[in-house]
Structures are given as structure tokens and as C-alpha cells.
Design a protein around this ligand. Structure first.
Ligand SMILES: *Cc1c(COP(=O)(O)O)cnc(C)c1O
Length: 366
């Protein structure tokens, strides 16, 4: 069986360094808000190219904390609208609704899978406060058009960078393109911890200070509470692990790109469609999505032949029970993506022999 994502092998590639880092924390007797977090935050901010990095419990919290901070700072209030792609992972939208803000769903482009920037302007109203872009599948979602719209209408640009650590737009990394970005280090992400982890990056000091307080009960000084915050802190052990894996992130992303290049150049079955191939710098291939109108049959065929695949995602947010209000909303492009998408195995430890076998199977599917 070729597994979709062999996390155990991904971790073992850096086993010694990771073990040393974990032992250091265990033996230090200091498990939260210590030197490991300080170090990871500094290194990750530098890597992304942001002035500030605030670590937190997970990616959903990172996005939620950004919006919450904008509310605390008086920049957003209940009922304000946030533009977001309709075909994202549910967490982007949960962060909005949890803050009593209103997600305005915009269709993606079928060829890029990212938000269709030509459809954004008609959704902007006097209540719009931000555009949240999602670099889905590891592909850069930013366009100059989006940046211009944010300036023209005075909107915040928030990036959901959960799937795109290391991706670039020109010389800048995703996560440094807008006003603030949420990052997830869920184990399966390109930069993955050994458990839940997340971070916010921003150049704005006021926002950074507010996010840091909100993630720590609303406190910036022990036993003094400025906001009704939450507890969303990153364990020292996870920070230490992330600091190790950050050093290898670019090399790991290059390995993903090599697998992706092989897939892109060799998948030739007319029943299969691929999204537009971006230059490697604009895609860190968190996933390798392919499209087939007979997706479920294709998945079964690959399973029968020893290849594990996943669907990202089987049900779009507007068809989920938790968002019943949207059940009659028609988003045909989003629905088509969800009906036809299949993710092939891709990771820093997938070798070209396995990729060859997968391509041969796909090319003989009929
Ligand atoms: C993983 C993910 C999140 C949430 O991150 P968690 O750390 O799992 O909370 C948010 N947005 C996107 C696009 C994701 O893929």
C-alpha cells in the first residue's frame, strides 16, 4: 500500500534532532511561554518575512484571534462582512462566524482553485471589512488585483496560510502579503508539529500585542486582564519540534515539488484534469489535487491497486449541517470542485518509484 501521508516516516527523517529538542524541553522543567517559543517565533517571523509572530494552539485559533483582535481594536464589529472563498476548509469560515462576523462566500476559479478575483468587487458592501484569502493546496491565492481592491475599499487582507508554508508571491512569502496571517502546524501540514499548533504573523505591532494577550486569557501582565481572552498557547515541546522542522522546510518543499513535477509531466489520461501548473515558487504542494468526473470510481480503482487517496473536501462548507442557512445557495464551481477532486499521495518522503506506479495506474484507468 502506498499511504497518503506516512507521518511516521516524515518524523523519522529528523528523528535525532527532534529527540534532542524534546529531551531538552523535558529536562528544562519549563513547558509553556519559554525560550523555545521565543526562538520559534523569531525564526518563523524571519522565515515568513513578518515583523511579528505569535504562536498559539492551532490554526483555527490563529484565524479566530486575528478577527477577535480587530474587534477589540474597534476595526470590526458584530455583523461586519468578511469575503472568503467558498471552497475552503471549514476552519477559515468558523473563525469568521465564531466572531459574529458574516462570511461572504466567493467562488473560486476552476483553473486555479483559488478565489476568483474578478468576482470579489461585486460582493463588497459598506459592511465589508476584510478579504480572507486561502492559499489552498499550497497554491498562492494572492493577486495584485486583490491587493488593489483592499487599498481601494480600505479592507484588511487576511491570509489563511495553513496549507502554504514557504510559498512565494514574487519575492515575498505567503503569510507576509497582507495585514495578518493565520498558520496551522497540524501534523499533516507542510510544517507540521507532533500535535496541534498554530501562529499569527503580522507587521502591525498593535495587532500583535492584542493577539498575544487574547491567546493568554486577555492578559499581557500576570493577573491583569485587559480582554476576555482565551487560553491558546503553544507547548514548549511543540515549539522546539517546529524549530527543528522549520530548518528543513525548504528542502522538504523541494521534494514535494519534484514529485509534483513528475505527476504534472506524466499524467496523460484524458479523463483526468489538472489545475493550471504554477511555477514552483508559487506552489508548495501541500496537496496534489486531480479532477475526474468519475472521481469515486477512480478512488476505488486506486484503492484496489494499493494507492491511498483522500478527497479535499467531500462536502463544501455551504452544504454542511452547521451552516444550514446556506443550504439553498448555489455555488456551482465550488460544488464541481468538491464533486470531482481527488488528492494523490505527496510528501517529502514519497519516492519517484512510487510516483511512477501511481501515474501508471492513473494513465491506465478507463
Ligand atoms: C488545517 C487548516 C486550518 C486549521 O488549522 P488547525 O490547526 O487544524 O486548526 C485552517 N485553514 C485551512 C485552509 C487548513 O487547511
Amino acid at each position: 500500500m502506498i499511504p497518503f501521508l506516512p507521518l511516521k516516516d516524515i518524523t523519522s527523517a529528523y528523528r535525532d534532532e527532534i529527540s534532542t529538542a524534546i529531551s531538552r524541553v523535558v529536562n528544562s522543567g519549563w513547558y509553556l511561554q519559554g525560550a523555545e517559543n521565543t526562538s520559534f517565533e523569531r525564526n518563523y517571523a524571519e522565515y515568513i518575512g513578518s515583523r511579528h509572530c505569535i504562536s498559539c494552539g492551532n490554526g483555527l485559533d490563529a484565524l479566530t484571534l486575528i478577527l477577535r483582535a480587530y474587534k477589540e481594536l474597534g476595526i470590526m464589529c458584530d455583523g461586519d462582512e468578511i469575503i472568503v472563498p467558498a471552497n475552503t476548509y471549514i476552519a477559515s469560515i468558523l473563525a469568521i462566524t465564531e466572531n459574529h462576523l458574516i462570511p461572504v462566500l466567493v467562488e473560486p476559479k476552476l483553473e486555479t482553485l483559488e478565489i476568483d478575483d474578478s468576482q470579489i468587487e461585486k460582493h463588497i458592501t459598506p459592511r465589508t471589512r476584510a478579504i480572507m484569502i486561502v492559499h489552498l493546496y499550497g497554491r498562492c491565492a494572492y493577486t495584485n488585483n486583490i491587493g488593489n481592491l483592499c487599498r481601494k475599499y480600505n479592507l484588511k487582507l487576511i491570509e489563511d496560510n495553513a496549507q502554504a508554508h514557504g510559498c512565494r508571491f514574487n519575492t515575498k512569502r505567503t503569510g507576509s502579503l497582507g495585514d495578518a496571517a493565520g498558520h496551522s502546524f497540524y501534523p499533516g501540514k507542510n510544517l507540521g508539529a507532533l500535535g496541534d499548533a498554530g501562529a499569527v504573523t503580522t507587521d502591525n505591532e498593535e495587532l500583535a500585542t492584542c493577539v498575544r494577550a487574547l491567546a493568554n486569557y486577555g492578559s499581557s501582565q500576570k493577573y491583569v486582564f485587559d480582554y476576555c481572552g482565551r487560553n491558546s498557547r503553544l507547548d514548549e515541546i511543540q515549539a522546539a519540534v517546529l524549530d527543528v522542522k522549520l530548518r528543513h522546510l525548504d528542502a522538504d518543499n523541494r521534494k514535494r515539488q519534484q514529485v509534483a513535477d513528475y505527476y504534472s509531466e506524466n499524467i496523460s489520461n484524458p479523463l483526468i484534469k489538472l489545475p493550471i501548473r504554477l511555477p514552483d515558487e508559487n506552489n508548495v504542494y501541500h496537496l496534489f489535487p486531480i479532477f475526474c468526473t468519475r472521481r469515486d470510481e477512480l478512488q476505488q480503482y486506486l484503492t484496489n491497486n494499493g494507492v491511498q487517496t483522500l478527497i479535499h473536501y467531500p462536502i463544501p462548507p455551504h452544504k454542511q449541517n452547521c451552516y444550514r442557512n446556506w443550504s439553498n445557495t448555489a455555488l456551482p464551481i465550488t460544488e464541481k470542485i468538491h464533486a470531482e477532486e481527488l488528492s494523490l499521495p505527496i510528501s517529502p518522503v514519497l519516492n519517484i518509484e512510487d510516483a511512477k506506479q501511481i501515474v501508471n495506474l492513473i494513465n491506465t484507468f478507463e
